[in-house]
Design a protein around this ligand. Structure first.
Ligand SMILES: O=C([O-])CC(=O)C(=O)O
Ligand SMILES: [Mg+2]
Length: 216
């Protein structure tokens, strides 16, 4: 994956990317996964982590963080569990120090104060204080996972902002980003038309707004 694609994706907003995914027939919108602060943004390729219910002793919460590559986004599938955290302030501290792009969890985290203080982007279902230690087991790294109903493979690109998280399959990145940029440009034109005095109806009709996301 070239840096350029990640940079181009990072300049976009998730609603445009979501409409591009619709247009291209790709499921990529993670339902129910939201930033824990409105200013949090993340972009980068996925490093995937899968937890299961703790059935026997094994690797526990965060037993991967020292080896995760710089610039990746930690994408953690904890089965949507709300009863046990898989991220906290110590992990935020090392992730920030190691230059991670951010963290996406299908589940919950704790110690949100440190993430706010360090401006480290966390996207989760919620935050709560009860630890996953003794409640989860780290099952696998760099395998396909599911986040908010969406399959994520290692290396897929993620973009997160105030509106939530979208996932772009690595092999479709170019066309999704190109389509997203086209949609963004058309919406910029509509906005300019409105500011110049056009009605929304006319501005949207001229630009074909209602079909921007329609599957081709
Ligand atoms: O048990 C956890 O969820 C992890 C934790 O608090 C931390 O890393 O600080
Ligand atoms: Mg902690």
């Amino acid at each position: 994956m070239t840096t350029t694609l990640v940079e181009r994706l990072g300049a976009l907003e998730t609603p445009c990317v979501s409409d591009a995914l619709d247009r291209l027939g790709i499921d990529g919108q993670c339902a129910g996964i939201m930033p824990l602060d409105n200013n949090f943004r993340l972009v980068g390729p996925a490093f995937t982590v899968r937890y299961v219910y703790a059935d026997e002793r094994g690797r526990s919460v965060g037993d991967f963080i020292d080896d995760i590559p710089t610039g990746t986004v930690a994408v953690i599938d904890n089965l949507g569990r709300l009863d046990a955290t898989v991220w906290g302030d110590l992990m935020t501290t090392i992730a920030s120090q190691r230059g991670l792009g951010g963290t996406v969890i299908d589940g919950v985290c704790r110690d949100l104060d440190r993430a706010l203080e360090m401006d480290y982007p966390l996207f989760t279902r919620a935050h709560w204080m009860r630890t996953g230690k003794d409640r989860v087991r780290l099952d696998a790294l760099e395998v396909p996972v599911t986040i908010g109903g969406i399959g994520v493979n290692p290396g897929d690109l993620l973009l997160g902002d105030i509106n939530g998280v979208v996932v772009i399959p690595a092999d479709r990145a170019e066309e999704v980003i190109e389509t997203s940029e086209m949609i963004r440009d058309v919406e910029d034109e509509i906005r300019a038309d409105i500011l110049a005095g056009s009605s929304l109806r006319d501005a949207r009709a001229r630009a074909g707004y209602h079909q921007l996301q329609t599957r081709r």
